[in-house]
Ligand binder design. Sequence first.
Ligand SMILES: NC(=O)c1ccc[n+]([C@@H]2O[C@H](COP(=O)([O-])OP(=O)(O)OC[C@H]3O[C@@H](n4cnc5c(N)ncnc54)[C@H](OP(=O)(O)O)[C@@H]3O)[C@@H](O)[C@H]2O)c1
Length: 337
Amino acid sequence: MKAWKIASFGLENLELATLPDPKPERGEVLIRVHAVSLNFRDLMIVLGKYNPRMHLPRIPCSDGAGEVVAVGEGVTRVAPGNRVAGIFMQNWIDGEPDAQKTRGALGGDIDGMLAEYVVLREEGVVRLPDHLSMQEAATLPCAAVTAWNAIVRAGRVKPGDVVLTQGTGGVSIFALQFAKMLGARVLGMSGSDEKLARARQLGLDAGVNYRNTPEWDTWVMDQTGGRGADLVVEVGGAGTFSRSLRSLRIGGTVAQIGVLTQSPDAVEIPLLLHRQVHLRGIYVGSRADFEHMNRAIAQAMLKPVLDEAFSLRRAPDALRKMQNASHFGKVPILLND
Ligand SMILES: NC(=O)c1ccc[n+]([C@@H]2O[C@H](COP(=O)([O-])OP(=O)(O)OC[C@H]3O[C@@H](n4cnc5c(N)ncnc54)[C@H](OP(=O)(O)O)[C@@H]3O)[C@@H](O)[C@H]2O)c1
């Protein structure tokens, strides 16, 4: 089979290798991967910025969807012909996270999905919503589950709440879709007016360009009559965190997800106290979260937002597109072209 390998760090060092087809052992399933989708993490891993001590070679990418083509002895959860995706952390099935559950992330701790065939334990897969194509379903394991946990678990979003999203990448567009599904008012920011216009078509209520309006926290306060947002879906990291706090209502929540930007400035700790902020770190979620989200996606017939698709051979170009932040929503890679 063909698979991309990180031989050494750097986009130019990715290798399209021919490897033996894997075989499922007891309790395992063999998946023919149809589509993969990229996350910012995949790019950071390939560049060596996520975990510079990661053991190499490694097959990258956490998110993929495909068809079960064979199962090992004793497998009961799925059967050949089922459409499945791998769960991000292969050991986090349910309940609260702990050190053991949060090991085993695809495309990081263990080999990932950027391969024609993948073997996973039967516990490490979920069935796909019927209305989604393989490339749509391939977007779900990381970005969608993360956004789901930010909106539903951390934010407990209700109709009429105000949610602030940052940028128009994978996590933020899912957050917009889930927040609208729950009846929230969504304010968004982007570095591109054109992307804001596209987000408006998905239901974004109002948008601001953070390049033209670096004081976007003031804009959020203006938009909310001085009250502030109930939830900030924080993907910016150090460079946006203090303004995110300034954008919140008293008693509001920050779902801390991303690390896109740096800052030499210290976090304004007094803001946390004075605004009585609920701060929740999110690291994707469990299989139970994924399954709950899939039920909601199926009920709402929600469709993930896809950007240009790339062939397996062009996977490095797909990663470059993400590096340039020229994408909107998710970037798919198709394996059966
Ligand atoms: N904790 C977790 O479990 C988890 C899970 C998934 C992702 N993440 C993290 O979340 C972040 C986003 O991931 P992703 O996969 O959604 O990335 P992505 O698809 O690459 O999207 C990133 C987008 O963020 C926007 N952006 C860049 N700089 C910004 C800034 N200064 N202020 C506001 N927005 C900015 C850009 O959108 P515009 O072009 O519209 O400005 C960019 O396209 C990354 O740091 C990633 O590592 C964490």
